[in-house]
Structures are given as structure tokens and as C-alpha cells.
Write a new protein. Structure first.
Length: 368
């Protein structure tokens, strides 16, 4: 019995009865750009996250760039972020001419280390980006006081955390502005690429909407040099249908995470994830740490078990950022994690039998 890493087909089957008629209406009316479906999703997602404004955009990377631009990040500015993140967090900084500044993560949860952030602040620091990684909520409550002391803006990267929360609030609703991705594999995934920017700041939201439409709020009147980053209307019915199920799907992910942790508890050579105090995780990924990972991955793959590595190379060591001059050894926690992390199958339709097969195969492989 093979076990897929994701089961998007099961999600699609569950929502098809709601999405297909909505799509037919869009085709009948040729309402492919903007329109009531987009408006409705933005309103519903804003209410769910707990913010005043949501702007649907083309993808998560564009959402980050638009968020950075909306708070004034530009050439010469520095943006602090964890080394343990997807490259898009940094890539969007580079696209606006600013400089990503990487810091290490904490040993327990692999989230941005507030002490490292404090040490990295300079006179050029414009933004701090806590990344809510793997479905966890980053320690924003410790980042905000640092930002306040130095007059720095907090921009949340909430691409992996739809529905996650901490004692300080919902992921995506704690900083000045935040960005998320609706890539199909996310907890709230579209039928293709899509993303959103979230904020309580009406001016920032208006600027994002303007920039995402070629710098235009009125046809053929261009206030800024913008970009084409609007969300396709065809994604809105998918996102609305999935949003209605998100709490239930996240609860299923939490149950699956508890089941994995119970089965793998005490297994020598396997380090299971621990929930940060006060967090309600969305469990976008279930990430264990093991030694001899490449061999284990090969054995699991040969057994028909889908696995992932998020991420095999910390961003500061990628060729894309070689010019910044970072060296191996500067961020030891992130670097050690990159050599040992392994993401097991995790999705809301994962059943107990599949998990027992996965965990059994992990035990066997690690024990060799």
C-alpha cells in the first residue's frame, strides 16, 4: 500500500459539488478578473484571520513583495528573517532591491530566534519577518517588542500557517502586514497559484491593491510602477469552499500529528516535533529529525511512502545568495536541521492505517 505525501485529489472530490457550478457561472459570465467571488473570499478570509483587509493576489511570492513595498521597503534597506525558510521570503526582498539578513532559529521548534534578531538589527533594518513555518506560529510576541524599540515594521510570512494561532493571536494578524500563499499543497490551497496580503492598515491595503493592478486604481491612471499580480477569479470558489472546511481539516491534521507522535514516541534516533507553548498548530507539515536521512528517504521511497525535505539547504548557503558572503557554520541550528529534517505524509485525509504504515517504515529504516 503506497502512502502519498499529499492527497489533493481527495480535497478536490470533497469540494467539487460546490466549485464546479461556481466555475460554470464564471465561464457563462466571462467573469475571470475580479468580481463578486473574489470580493466574497477576501471578506470571508479577513473575518477568519481577524483582520480588516485582505487583498487576493497571484501567488505567495508576489504577496510578500507587495507587503514589503506597502511598508516602504526599498533599495539599501535590510530585512531580517530566519535562515530556515523557503527562498521566497528572501527572494521578494531582493526583488524590491533590499538586502535579506539571515539569523538562526531556535533548537526546539526551528523558528526565528528573537535573541538572534536583536543582535542583527542595524540602522538600515526596515523589517523583521517572523516566518510561521511548518504550520507553527513564530514567536511574534517576542519579536514585536524588538521592532517597537527600534522603530521597525513586522511583516509576517504566513504561507504555511492558515488557521494556526498562539497566545498572542492568529498567524497573519499580529504584525503590521502579512502575506500568505494558497499554493495547492497549503492547508488552504487553490487550484493553481494564488496568495493574499492581510492587514488592519487601510492605506497599506489600498496600496497593495493598486500595486497589484499595474499601479492603477482607475483604468489607465497609473500612480505607481506596479505589477500584474491580481488573483484569478477562478481560484475564489475553490478557496471559499476549502475555507469553509479549514477548521475541520486542521483538526484532522492535529489528530494525525498526535497519532504520529504517539507511534514514534521513544523510538531511538527519531526526534518528533513539539508544539510551542500556547500554540495551536495547523500542522502544514509533520517534520521529524533523524540521522542518515538520505538512506532513510531512499528506503521509504522504495516502499511507496511519499516524503519531503523542507528544506535541504538553508537560504544563506544557496548559490542564489552566495554574493552576500555567508559561510557554513554561521547559523548552526538551521544548518544542522537542513541535514536531518524529514517531512512525513500529512494531509486532512490521512487515515490511521496509512500512518501506522509510515511510522512502521520509519522505525524499520532508522533501526537498521
Amino acid at each position: 500500500m503506497s502512502v502519498p505525501f499529499l492527497d489533493l485529489a481527495a480535497q478536490s472530490a470533497e469540494i467539487a459539488g460546490e466549485v464546479l457550478p461556481a466555475w460554470q457561472h464564471l465561464f457563462d459570465t466571462a467573469g475571470f478578473i475580479g468580481g463578486s467571488e473574489i470580493d466574497a473570499f477576501e471578506h470571508e478570509f479577513a473575518e477568519y484571520i481577524g483582520v480588516e483587509h485582505v487583498v487576493g493576489v497571484s501567488n505567495g511570492t508576489d504577496a510578500l513583495e507587495l507587503a514589503y513595498r506597502a511598508v516602504g521597503v526599498g533599495p539599501g534597506d535590510e530585512v531580517i528573517m530566519p535562515a530556515n525558510t523557503f527562498i521566497a521570503t528572501a527572494e521578494a526582498v531582493s526583488r524590491v532591491g533590499a538586502v535579506p539578513v539571515f539569523v538562526d532559529v531556535d533548537e526546539e521548534h526551528l523558528l526565528i530566534d528573537p535573541d538572534a534578531v536583536e543582535a542583527a538589527v542595524t540602522s538600515r533594518t526596515r523589517v523583521i519577518v517572523p516566518v510561521h513555518l511548518f504550520g507553527q506560529t513564530a514567536p511574534v510576541e517576542h519579536i514585536l517588542p524588538i521592532a517597537d524599540r527600534h522603530g521597525i515594521v513586522v511583516v509576517e510570512d504566513a504561507a504555511q500557517s492558515q488557521g494556526a494561532s498562539s497566545a498572542a493571536g492568529r498567524a497573519g494578524a499580529m504584525g503590521r502586514i502579512s502575506a500568505t500563499s494558497f499554493y495547492p499543497g497549503k492547508n488552504l490551497g487553490a487550484a493553481g497559484d494564488a496568495g493574499a496580503v492581510m492587514t488592519d492598515d487601510a492605506d497599506a491595503a489600498a496600496l497593495v491593491r493598486n500595486l497589484a493592478a499595474h499601479g492603477s486604481s482607475t483604468k489607465y491612471v497609473h500612480d505607481h510602477v506596479g505589477m500584474n499580480a491580481r488573483m484569478d477569479a477562478i481560484q475564489a470558489p475553490v478557496l471559499r469552499a476549502k475555507l469553509r472546511r479549514l477548521e475541520g481539516w486542521n483538526a484532522a491534521r492535529r489528530a494525525a500529528a498526535s497519532r504520529y507522535s504517539a507511534i514514534l514516541a521513544g523510538v531511538n534516533g527519531v526526534r518528533t516535533p513539539i508544539v510551542r507553548p500556547g500554540n495551536i498548530d495547523a500542522w502544514h507539515l509533520y517534520v521529524i529529525r533523524i540521522t542518515d536521512r538520505d538512506r532513510v528517504v531512499a528506503e521509504l521511497s522504495a516502499a511507496g511512502i511519499g516524503v519531503g525535505i523542507h528544506y535541504p539547504t538553508p537560504v544563506h548557503l544557496t548559490e542564489a545568495y552566495a554574493a552576500l558572503g555567508y559561510r557554513r557554520g554561521q547559523f548552526p541550528v538551521a544548518e544542522a536541521a537542513a541535514d536531518t529534517i524529514l517531512s512525513l505524509p500529512m494531509h486532512p485525509h490521512l487515515n490511521a492505517g496509512q500512518q501506522e504504515r509510515v511510522a512502521g517504515a520509519v522505525k524499520t529504516a532508522v533501526g537498521r
